[in-house]
Write a protein that binds this ligand. Structure first.
Ligand code: HEC
Ligand code: CU
Length: 361
């Protein structure tokens, strides 16, 4: 148990009242595999700073006293340079900074590695709410609006001890997806995908915030992450479960959009990669593509750009041909569904692909 005063302070500082049960003075509950890593580095930097603060202040006070002016006619002796001390005060901080950098970089890369059993979430930020969908499960968690405060809160669900990957995008301005108990925070940037992978470890209910000022109701852009044990997660997955409505547009939403927007009239989707008007899209994701802007790997960002801003990178061999601009015509969810569809053409598992039993266990 914590002291009364530190408990009050921590609550007040972070507004995390119900995350605080086993929190430390500085930090909320550790509820992911990333949390202890982040906290260790935080503690290391904190205690390192405390150590040098004490050493430096003690030396300052001692020297100020020892070398004080003892009589009015005492003169300062000339200060000469001292190689040993100068070397030390450069080398020691350099080594410490490199250690901090390597440590932080290591933790940062851990956030970027996506294991194949990860549950994939697509998170779209929009002034002033989050929409969280599960392309593998055909489910979508939408915000509920409090008519009095204007708070738009989204509750979504995760299984404990299974990694999940978030692919973030924004329909308007910069937002930032922040779950303090997981120690993860990532900006949602318009016209680009960002993301991370992390594993929740403790069943419970945790806060989600927007951590980037995004306009009037920024502080009311909230949510709750419910981390479920295996039994409750199985319940959530059952068809009868009412939490996060089954996405009625699914299945085959991407394929339907592909027909609806006329993509099918210009692009073949069969293995022969036949050219209709534009290039065949089979096998494109992950491949290296020659374009007017040089060679690029066809990742989600490239696919996104090819669909929304087709003229930015023209595929080699298609210089004279025009793909119509879809700028402003597709919602983030539609773009995501189209990308999932293209990625699923070769039947490979992918982050938007169909539900797969191995993936949801
Ligand atoms: C009028 C014909 C036409 C329509 C409609 C069209 N495209 Fe295209 N598309 C093209 C052409 C031509 C290119 C090649 C030139 C370029 O890169 O802009 C292309 C390029 C692409 C690329 C990049 C392909 C590569 O090999 O790198 C993707 C992805 C793509 N289109 C997806 C779509 C999607 C999704 C839609 C529907 C929302 C769509 N296209 C609608 C003609 C079309
Ligand atoms: Cu926001």
């Amino acid at each position: 148990m914590m002291g009364l005063s530190s408990h009050w302070l921590a609550d007040a500082a972070a507004g995390l009242a119900n995350d605080m049960s086993d929190a430390s003075f500085w930090m909320p509950t550790q509820a992911s595999d990333q949390a202890s890593r982040v906290d260790s580095l935080f503690d290391f930097i904190l205690w390192l700073s405390v150590f040098f603060f004490v050493v430096l202040m003690a030396a300052t006070v001692r020297f100020a006293w020892k070398y004080r002016q003892k009589s009015p006619n005492q003169r300062t002796s000339p200060v000469k340079h001292n190689f040993k001390i100068e070397f030390l005060w450069s080398a020691v901080p350099t080594v410490l900074l490199v250690v901090i950098f390597a440590w932080g970089f290591n933790d940062f890369t851990a956030l970027s590695a996506t294991p194949s059993n990860a549950l994939n979430l697509r998170v779209v930020a929009k002034q002033w709410a989050w929409t969280v969908s599960y392309p593998q499960l055909d489910r979508e968690c939408t915000p509920t609006i409090d008519p009095v405060s204007g708070t738009q809160a989204t509750t979504f669900y995760l299984p404990a001890n299974q990694p999940f990957t978030v692919q973030l995008s924004s329909d308007d301005v910069l937002h930032s997806f922040w779950i303090p108990a997981f120690r993860v925070k990532k900006d949602a940037v318009p016209n680009r995908y960002t993301g991370f992978t992390v594993t929740p470890t403790v069943p419970g209910s945790y806060h989600l915030f927007c951590a980037e000022y995004c306009g009037t109701n920024h502080s009311r852009m909230e949510g709750t992450v419910e981390v479920l044990n295996a039994e409750d997660w199985a319940k959530f997955l059952s068809k009868e479960d009412e939490r996060c409505k089954l996405d009625l547009k699914a299945p085959n939403y991407g394929e339907k959009l592909f027909a609806k927007y006329g993509c099918a009239g210009c692009h073949s989707v069969t293995e022969d990669r036949a050219t209709v008007v534009g290039p065949g899209l089979y096998g494109l994701p992950g491949r290296e593509e020659s374009t007017s802007a040089g060679k690029v790997v066809a990742d989600d960002d490239y696919l996104r750009e090819s669909i929304v801003y087709a003229s930015k990178k023209i595929v080699s061999g298609f210089e004279g041909k025009q793909m119509p601009s879809f700028e402003g015509r597709l919602s983030e969810q539609e773009i995501g569904a189209l990308i999932d569809y293209i990625k699923g053409l070769d039947g490979h598992e992918n982050d938007g692909g169909p539900t797969n039993d191995d993936k949801n266990e």
